[in-house]
Design a protein. Sequence first.
Length: 259
Amino acid sequence: MAFYDLSKSERAERVLAIKGDIRDGLLSHNLQKAHLFYSDDDTYIRKSAYLVTGRLYSEDVNLRPAILAMLFKFMSDPDFKVRQTVINAAGEIGKWDFEGVRSYFDEGLKDPHHSPRNAVIGSIKKMGEINPAPVLAWAREYLHHEDKEIRREICHGIELRGRKYPEDILPLLAELQHDRTARVRDTLVHVIGQIAYKKGCLPTVLANLKGWENRLLVDAALEEIIDVHHRYRNFTALTQAEAIALIDAHFPDRKRKSG
């Protein structure tokens, strides 16, 4: 039976059982059941597995070496679902102990399958929101990587931190303003739009954009901000008209989109 076919109480019991099985496996050095959870076809079973791995790491100092050994072993598994779950588990740990798991994100960025790479993006988002200093320092190392997909993934990954603290990620985003690849630039414009509509963020974003050199990209970002304030009008801190007025105050000579 699929995880969400269970009742709420049955799901809670299932999670406790998964936690107990993983803990027992770590203590007995028998990772067969843990591997079954990490490779399960049900996304929510895998999610439960990586969440309880993070909790076990937090709750029991004595289990940490065994947990790291398990993640190291599973990271080379031929099943992409296992590698994806490893990275998500590392993301839970990295919310407060990034240095202990940073190697999994280095490896995950190079994974041949998109699912582990997407897990890196998701992990950067959740870690960067809670433990920004080491995560953003690590992310900066990849901003000019030769692989355009890695640059794009890093840009996307730091977005969530910017929704509350745009000043933390805008200097990193600025380093991508001259990127050679349209796909990276498009992601950059998207991320600027996503952080600009949150409460209190637009003035900070606009003040920062005034210092950018790539005016064509800035113009594209301004149009995206305007469009986002229409598309997400039920969720934006400002109306589209208020956003346009603020943009015009910062960029009185901006190029306006025709039509």
